[in-house]
Design a protein around this ligand. Structure first.
Ligand SMILES: Nc1ncnc2c1ncn2[C@@H]1O[C@H](COP(=O)(O)OP(=O)(O)OP(=O)(O)O)[C@@H](O)[C@H]1O
Length: 268
């Protein structure tokens, strides 16, 4: 069970002068409870792939299976699939439309016929350092970072099994970014299946995520974090990855096959 991407291809504006193939024969299996990082230069196809997972984009070739159910299966209600998948889009705060934060949180559970759990919502607010009295505030009068936190909780509020963050930290300051990473770690501990399209991999070293790297719609790398980080440094830079000091040391230890040292560095 999980997400299976079976030989998926997709082309935008097909048969027009603007035709652009964004995905080429992608094969991927994500097991329940795993954390995956989707890496790749801007325009490599990460968002397109993510949007196929809940049927926002329909693969012209191949298929996507969510817990063994094909998104092309006309006998299945696509809402049942969407209920399992929570996608936090880039700049999600543009999607607010209700007068209070609490109503934003209640909206998706109502829509999916799932019970809204205020206590769990408050736990999420604590993890993201969002004061509880924000529940009564207007989502439109918050700072950019606070809006992002509200947008994240709005998706978590219907308790999806698969949670996908598309560039979750774009435009956020250091402290807010840290709290988003704390949330990702907490969700991982709670057994959720997580996918993050991100250039920011430094925070995840100790979680040993799996990595998919796309390049021009093709798979350039698929596998374990340690194998990814051991790639040629130019390849990492071409994918937009910048290593911080800790990850540089980790990489050096791995390349020297000093696994114990690498693990110690990862746990700092
Ligand atoms: N609506 C669209 N119409 C035409 N082409 C598109 C459309 N959306 C994306 N593309 C093209 O498809 C390719 C893949 O785009 P996609 O947004 O999936 O990349 P990405 O890796 O998510 O990029 P980023 O990191 O900038 O979000 C790019 O060449 C992009 O220009």
């Amino acid at each position: 069970m999980g997400i299976k991407v079976d030989n998926v291809s997709f082309t935008y504006a097909k048969n027009t002068p603007f035709q652009k193939q964004a995905l080429k024969n992608i094969e991927l299996e994500i097991q329940n409870g795993e954390l995956w990082l989707f890496i790749g230069h801007t325009g490599s196809g990460k968002s397109t792939l993510i949007n196929t997972f809940n049927g926002l984009i329909f693969p012209e070739e191949g298929d996507i299976y969510i817990d063994d159910v094909s998104i092309k299966d006309k006998k299945k209600d696509i809402r049942e699939i969407r209920k399992k998948i929570g996608i936090i889009f880039q700049y999600p705060e543009t999607q607010f439309f209700l007068p209070t934060v609490n109503e934003e949180f209640e909206y998706a559970p109502k829509n999916f016929n799932v019970e809204y759990n205020l206590e769990k919502t408050k736990e999420y607010m604590d993890i993201l350092s969002l004061p509880h009295n924000y529940l009564e505030r207007s989502p439109f009068n918050l700072s950019g970072g606070e809006m992002r936190k509200v947008a994240i909780i709005s998706v978590l509020s219907y308790d999806p099994d698969f949670i996908i963050f598309d560039e979750p930290t774009v435009g956020l300051d250091y402290k807010t970014r840290k709290s988003v990473f704390k949330m990702v770690k907490e969700l991982k501990n709670r057994g959720k299946t997580l996918i993050l399209a991100t250039h920011w991999i430094n925070e995840f070293v100790e979680l040993k995520p799996k990595v998919l790297m796309l390049k021009g719609g093709d798979i350039a790398f698929k596998g374990e974090f340690d194998d990814f980080i051991s790639l040629n440094i130019e390849e990492l830079e071409n994918a937009g990855i910048i290593l911080d000091k800790k990850l540089e040391l980790y990489r050096k230890a791995l390349l020297k096959n000093e696994i114990d040292l690498a693990n110690k560095i990862a746990s700092i």
